[in-house]
Design a binder for this molecule. Structure first.
Ligand code: F6R
Length: 262
């Protein structure tokens, strides 16, 4: 695992965008796993600047991590609408190649299966972008989620609903259920890239990166992946016991390794 601590996520996003563009140039049909929320926004903006300068991502595909259940199709707070607004349009992706679990489906089990099949049909996710919840969730896999889980219906914790209430009139309006890629689905991606910022994430980040691999902290599954990169600002990294070592590793990373990383 590569852990990169920088003063701000804007700086981290520039580095991650440079690495991602190199990968997209090597593989024009790049399959991206897309996270919503605040953490990946600096990366999306950094990629948007490159698209405005001529980067062509129209051959890429996107798969969202999750979607609320119970919002009407087209609701601006849905993740389908959010991905369209924050990612598909600014990055000029082909909307037909961007997929979000169908949280308004009548048959949610079928919708989850269809989503898994669509990922498989695309040849799997190349780079999965991630944020982390204050209780360590990954996607909407809340503490207690099976480490081998696939896309399915999940119940959101009160904490997650409170964290996401900023997008709704009140916490009571935040849906209780979601469809989310499972931890097993996420682990199948060829590379994982997680962003976290702010002191509110410090405890979850420390548990995920330095604690035991456990369903009590779903993001700890990052430790099982061969190619996981974590970008943190200093506040999010403040609970890490080995912070000095990560800084030293990054400062002296061989050029060939930095080139290959995400
Ligand atoms: C979003 C998602 C969540 C968020 C996490 C962090 O699609 O699956 O796991 O990544 O809740 O959210 P932010 O980035 O808003 O702090």
């Amino acid at each position: 695992m590569e852990i990169v601590v920088l003063p701000s996520l804007d700086e981290a996003a520039e580095l991650a965008a440079t690495r991602l563009v190199r990968r997209a140039e090597l593989r024009p049909g790049l399959v991206l796993g897309l996270a919503t929320g605040s953490s990946p926004l600096p990366l999306y903006r950094a990629l948007q600047r490159r698209v405005e300068q001529g980067l062509d991502l129209s051959g890429a595909q996107g798969f969202a991590l999750d979607e609320y259940v119970g919002l009407p199709p087209g609701d601006p707070r849905s993740y389908a609408a959010t991905i369209d607004r924050e990612v598909t349009r600014p990055l000029r992706l082909d909307p037909a190649r961007v997929h979000v679990p169908h949280g308004a489906a009548q048959d949610l089990e079928q919708a989850a299966e269809d989503f898994e099949r669509a990922i498989a049909d695309a040849g799997g996710v190349d780079v999965q972008l991630l944020g982390i919840g204050t209780q360590g969730h990954l996607g909407f896999n809340e503490p207690g989620s099976s480490l081998g889980s696939r896309t399915r219906l999940k119940t959101l914790t009160r904490q997650t609903r409170e964290d996401n209430a900023r997008f709704f009139a009140s916490v009571e309006d935040v849906p209780r259920h979601c469809l989310t890629q499972g931890l097993g689905t996420i682990l199948d991606a060829r590379a994982l890239v997680l962003f976290a910022a702010g002191p509110g994430k410090a405890a979850a980040v420390a548990a995920a990166l330095e604690g035991p691999v456990s369903s009590s902290c779903p993001a700890s599954v990052l430790q099982l992946h061969r190619f996981a990169t974590v970008y943190l600002d200093e506040a999010a990294a403040s609970g890490l016991a080995r912070a000095e070592f990560y800084a030293d590793t990054f400062a002296h990373q061989p050029a060939w390794q930095r080139e290959r990383a995400f």
